[in-house]
Design a protein around this ligand. Structure first.
Ligand SMILES: [Zn+2]
Length: 255
């Protein structure tokens, strides 16, 4: 294990067999054919963790976490008890991979929607152990700070003042006993906000989990076509509507 690398190698030989898009309804979804799923690592009822069938990233261990048997469900729709089970399961297995000592770092993330980078609609997350890359070197403390929307008992939800990409990035920062459920509530509310109330309209988001010492942070990022100013010049933009968005979220979800 050497944490010094900066780039992952995408294995084109494995990638060429991977379906580019998968039709979500019925028989064509690979995550719906549960009896044919292989490489299962762990299970909690409908929630499954399995080895990725197309491990295209070299020097990694890629796993997929199938959140539910219902192809048409979505994280923002789960009843509270089920939501907590999914997030607890994800965090538990993410941390177990970190604690295995086999990786320079381990990433946990979720893609939802056409602009999120995902290819399968069925609700899922991914946990990937990186043998040679420590993602923490790329994450500044500033991009996880922001205007506090809500805070209670070791959990904070904020709107980033210095987003990683822009325009709007929400951060949850959680620490201590019992914080996973509050963190899960915030994740669900922000996913719901983006899909149902976001002023530009939004059908895609990512969740990115980070761990720095005892604190878990989650970045909830609405996704659109990425701004060329960021792609070409690494200049993130912030929205002039930030203050209104903070007030709107408080009034819908926290009052
Ligand atoms: Zn499915």
């Amino acid at each position: 294990m050497a944490a010094g690398k900066t780039h992952l190698v995408f294995d084109v030989g494995i990638g060429k067999d991977k379906p580019i898009t998968v039709v979500s309804s019925g028989v064509e979804c690979p995550f719906c054919r549960r009896e044919q799923l292989e490489g299962i690592i762990a299970q909690d009822g409908e929630i499954l963790l399995l080895h990725n069938k197309y491990p295209v990233l070299r020097d990694t261990v890629q796993t997929v976490l199938i959140e539910t048997a219902d192809c048409n469900s979505e994280l923002s729709l789960y009843p509270k008890d089920y939501l907590y089970r999914v997030i607890r399961f994800a965090v538990k297995h993410w941390q177990a991979m970190m604690e295995s000592g086999e990786f320079a770092s381990v990433i946990l993330y979720k893609n939802h929607g056409p602009y999120s980078g995902g290819t399968i609609k069925h609700p899922h997350m991914q946990i990937v152990g990186l043998k040679n890359i420590d993602y923490r070197r790329n994450i500044t403390p500033e991009c996880l700070n922001g205007e506090v929307i809500w805070a209670d008992g070791g959990v904070e939800l904020n709107l980033a003042r210095q987003p990683k990409i822009g325009f709007m990035e929400f951060n949850i920062r959680a620490q201590g006993e019992g914080s996973v459920e509050k963190m899960a509530d915030c994740i669900q509310r922000m996913a719901h906000y983006l899909l149902h109330h976001f002023h530009w309209g939004c059908d895609s988001y990512n969740l990115f989990f980070y761990q720095f010492s005892q604190e878990i942070s989650v970045k909830i990022m609405p996704r659109f076509v990425t701004s060329p100013l960021f792609v070409g010049y690494s200049i993130p933009q912030v929205s002039s509507r930030a203050g209104e968005v903070v007030k709107e979220i408080r009034s819908i979800y926290f009052e």
